[in-house]
Design a protein around this ligand. Structure first.
Ligand SMILES: NC(=O)c1ccc[n+]([C@@H]2O[C@H](COP(=O)([O-])OP(=O)(O)OC[C@H]3O[C@@H](n4cnc5c(N)ncnc54)[C@H](O)[C@@H]3O)[C@@H](O)[C@H]2O)c1
Length: 339
């Protein structure tokens, strides 16, 4: 540890990675950024410059060999999460891993084993668990404010058009993994249970260019699930919706309901003389969950320094991947899938 501060390296200097790295560089007490790795040299170099001139590499293993680095943030495309976590664990570095945890349950299990074997912390980056509204909802549930939880409904719809690497569902796991992992985790968290069965339907409504080569690709999905404790989950996911970033969750209880999720970056509603009302939609998760990312990054540092368990674990990551896998199987085989 450098002068009482944890030195954290960023692996994958893209959209998600830079959110964490900026937090560690400036807003998380007891943390500093010790390096950046990205195979695209320009991305690594410009990130390092922005983060205060730390070292940068195109090969992440060089950072793992650096004794001054205590922990890494893995924010590469999902297919590399397992390989990098295994290498980081072996090098004794703690890991904050972006969602989804990995490509399949077997990879998640390998990661869990490595965490145990090498005694490192692995925190999964489900930042909604650190969002003030989501935390208040959890507290209200625990206080019995809505009676018993009956159903959790959660949607994530984004404005961006899927990147071509998403088109092959067998390689990307599709929107259920990349978009709805957060919703799946929220349903588990608020229901306090795992998915027992899922039924999902999906289709491609907005990406005509993918249709002929990738007939299985979907940009809209609906999944319902029965939880092991009998509670109900309902998720919808969509890409390319154009109207904004729309993440909302409802928790219906026996005696009440909790509504979560703002659509607007500013709370302002503009009412005009033509009898119209206007609310500006937020256009990215980056803004909607800005504070949640920071709280998540602070929590990661605290759990290492205090030697406590991460608030969101590899087990959480694995159970989400299992639900994604079951959902994709349900879409493919047009049936209810039991987990
Ligand atoms: N928590 C969230 O809300 C959230 C939001 C967006 C993305 N994500 C997740 O974060 C991960 C990254 O997504 P993104 O949107 O930031 O992608 P991105 O394409 O913007 O960035 C990924 C970066 O990783 C780099 N990279 C690729 N292979 C690498 C390797 N082997 N070693 C080091 N770097 C490598 C790429 O060059 C790129 O710069 C994905 O798993 C995604 O699901 C999470």
């Amino acid at each position: 540890m450098k002068q009482g501060k944890l030195s954290i390296a960023l692996i994958g200097a893209g959209r998600a990675g830079m959110i964490h790295a900026r937090n560690f560089a400036g807003s998380v007490p007891n943390a500093t950024v010790g390096g950046v790795a990205d195979p695209v040299e320009e991305a690594a170099a410009s990130a390092a410059a922005e983060l205060g001139g730390c070292r940068y590499e195109t090969d992440y293993t060089k950072l793992l060999a650096d004794d001054s680095i205590d922990a890494v943030v893995i924010a590469t495309p999902t297919k590399y999460h397992c390989e990098i976590t295994l290498a980081a664990a072996k090098a004794g570095k703690h890991v904050l891993c972006e969602k989804p945890m990995a490509m399949n349950v077997e990879e998640c299990e390998q990661m869990e084993r490595a965490v145990k074997e090498y005694g490192i912390k692995l925190q999964m980056a489900f930042m909604r668990r650190f969002d003030a509204g989501f935390c208040a909802a959890k507290e209200a549930i625990l206080q019995g404010r809505i009676g018993e939880v009956v159903m959790v409904r959660s949607n994530t719809r984004g404005p961006s058009i899927p990147k071509p690497w998403m088109y092959d569902i067998s390689k990307s796991n599709g929107p259920l993994a990349e978009v709805n992992s957060h919703d799946i985790d929220s349903v588990r968290w608020f229901c306090e249970s795992e998915f027992y069965s899922v039924h999902a339907i999906a289709g491609n409504y907005r990406c005509p260019d993918a249709k002929s080569e990738f007939p299985d690709f979907y940009d809209n999905v609906v999944m319902i699930g029965e939880m092991a404790n009998g509670r109900q989950g309902m998720i919808d996911g969509a890409q390319g919706v154009r109207y904004g970033y729309d993440a909302r969750t409802e928790i219906l209880g026996t005696h009440g309901c909790i509504f979560l999720g703002r659509r607007n970056e500013n709370e302002m509603v503009l009412a005009t003389s033509d009898m119209n009302q206007q609310i500006e939609f937020v256009n990215s998760w980056k803004y909607l969950f800005q504070d949640a990312y920071l709280a998540e990054d602070r929590s990661f540092v605290e759990c290492i320094l205090e030697d406590s368990d991460p608030q969101v674990t590899g087990f959480d990551g694995k159970m989400v991947v299992a639900a994604v896998d079951a959902g994709n199987r349900s879409i493919r085989e047009r049936r209810i899938v039991l987990l």
